[in-house]
Design a protein around this ligand. Sequence first.
Ligand SMILES: Nc1ncnc2c1ncn2[C@@H]1O[C@H](COP(=O)(O)OP(=O)(O)OP(=O)(O)O)[C@@H](O)[C@H]1O
Ligand SMILES: [Mg+2]
Length: 385
Amino acid sequence: MPRILIIDDEKSIRYTLREILEYEKYEVDEAQDGEEGLKKLTDNHYDVALCDIKMPRMDGVELLSKAKEAGIDTPFIMISAHGTIETAVEATKKGAYDFISKPPDLNRLLLTLRNALDRSSLVTETKVLRKKVGKGSAIIGESEAIHKVKDTIEKVAPTDARVLITGPNGAGKELVARQIHEKSNRAGSLLVEVNCAAIPSELIESELFGHEKGAFTSAIKQRIGKFEQADGGTLFLDEIGDMSLSAQAKVLRALQENKITRVGGDKEIKVNVRVIAATNKDLKKEIAENRFREDLYHRLSVILIQVPPLDARKDDIALLTEKFLQDIAEDYGSATKKISPAALKYLQNLSWSGNIRELRNVIERLVIMSGNEITEADAAAYAAK
Ligand SMILES: Nc1ncnc2c1ncn2[C@@H]1O[C@H](COP(=O)(O)OP(=O)(O)OP(=O)(O)O)[C@@H](O)[C@H]1O
Ligand SMILES: [Mg+2]
């Protein structure tokens, strides 16, 4: 059951909102001013905060800023009385999710709430993802090829330049995209990922740009697309080479104008998004064969980062193996296994078409299958392809 915190100094408003929300099966808590609100937000988890603007002690806007400072990412919906609409708009610029006016219109309230909840689960998902990659997110390697990649990341991350990342399967494209986001000024905002290859072409537009209720048969409610979700942050368009030509045209327009239109809608919505794209396809070839738009290619590839295949940097295999042995031991909660120099040499002489991902899988297999130390015989038996 989603948990909502109502922060309002007027008892009657709290009472009315509580009645509506409990009837809709939300779990409701109340705070009677900004200070109490901040305390509750710090101590408990809420999926959404409904927050009045004018309150004694600490007003809604101050509360919003303090909560953001404290790293609380509960979405705020501001409740604005007559005369505070401008402040409410201001608040959305400071990070409030949206606002509704007082007295609240029931339908508008519930719709805004549902949208904020979608957003809230997204934030949680992203946080989980961030945690998952957190410890493993450093780019390991000292070879010249990977240094070049790391240097480029350092230089481009703090800019808003679009980046196109190319490279074979499992070479680390996604890792590069995450690093760019994490080292950018947008690191405090979301990194939203879209795997363009995984979404059927007839759904990709709605996925990217959202849709209005009734835009097509299955559009039973309004939906906010990835461009809007990534507002203020970074949008990672993975496997961009697999996007349909019609979706490419729409993405091009969004990049040219920094504006999007939801499917079935007519309002243009301004978005401030940094786009990073990745592909394992040869886009020049795709362009030559009319499967990828050349104008889009130029929009995306302001900076081009080519992630080298593992076979082009075999010197890094030792460091990567070391790192994976540690990560795996940590995951399993066991001691880090050793690998003999001969076994390592054996791995360095193999060809790694699946790149780093394949290497990690092989190391994991070796950890499971061998004794105290991974020997050359183990490597020969279990790394063979
Ligand atoms: N230099 C590196 N140091 C440490 N780990 C790495 C490195 N490069 C890649 N990895 C790890 O290898 C795995 C594959 O990397 P990633 O998913 O970024 O590849 P990809 O290029 O996006 O692959 P695909 O084309 O299949 O989507 C991930 O678990 C990633 O963390
Ligand atoms: Mg990838």
